[in-house]
Design a protein around this ligand. Sequence first.
Ligand SMILES: [Zn+2]
Length: 373
Amino acid sequence: MTFGQQRAKAHLNRLLQSGRVPHALLFLGKTGWGTLALALEFAQQLQCEAADPFKNQGPKPEICTCNACRKAAQFVHFDIHFFYPTVGANAVSTNFAKEWRAAITENPWLDANTWLQRIGAENKQGNITKDECNAIIKKLSLKIFEGRYKILLMWLPEYLGKEGNRLLKLIEEPPEQTIFLLVAENADMILPTILSRCQIVKTDLLQDEDIAAALREKRGLDAERARQIAFLSEGDFNFALSAADNPENDDAALLLDWLRKCWRGNGVELVKWTETFAKLGRENQKQFLQYGLHFLRELLALVVTKNTEARLRPEELKTAQNMATVLNFEKITRLAAILNDNIYFIERNANPKILFLDTSIQVNRIMKSNNGF
Ligand SMILES: [Zn+2]
């Protein structure tokens, strides 16, 4: 299931072979890089019955058919417990077990918002509740059912907030044969007292060629298209999958069209554009904005370093070069901040027509303002 991440995998293999697996590991990196996928695979390796990971090379999780691996690969192993953000003040992960299995079977590179929308968050916030922490404490008092270990895998402990204090003692001194696998994207949002009790396993951006190969294998794309999407994905396979699955939604063309309209600042044209855009749906709108941020980052590099190696297709590069003559560093960062805010607003169900008309007007003003404005 996993690909890339050679550095992290080598580290995990050393742990398996040494027989000294720490009782709390924190996998740190974007889920789109394969961080969750890697933790899921590691949980399976820990439970595998076919090989003794302490003596041998470690099992090959993708081909092993032992009882434990088959169950772990389907996410139904009795001694691998999953915890993740849910919606509702008293919600616990087991309420959403079916949706969780379906989601990570489909795409273990998924992002938090996709997951929360899937379980009906609408405009509610996800969290890991006090009840969830109590459920974890209770799970730990049960004896191991069938596995070598009891594994508690938590995706995005960032959502614990202060509730994390309830788990401190357990993470520090867990019962025997118990292993915590935390999978996080942002260390700044985790209690330092939790961080300091975990061994950190950092993951890396995926390589373009690894993403392209995975796209060819999983989505049957031709080499050129796979390479093109990989190039735009900046190491994030979730982005790559989404771009591959929505070929009708060509964000680059949409963005160039929008930027031209913002530049001209014709009100009728902009209203028409926002009306069409409002119908695209929230996920596509977010993807568009993320694409816009990617474009602005490349534009910024172009302006600052005169870098000609921008990750842009030929037509976009031409537009970026034109824009580089009229936009300075400050203007570009202001545009990026606006797009970033819009992602936040879209996730919270803002009215896209109002939001994007307003945004288009702001973008027009920034583009046309005198430098230093
Ligand atoms: Zn196995």
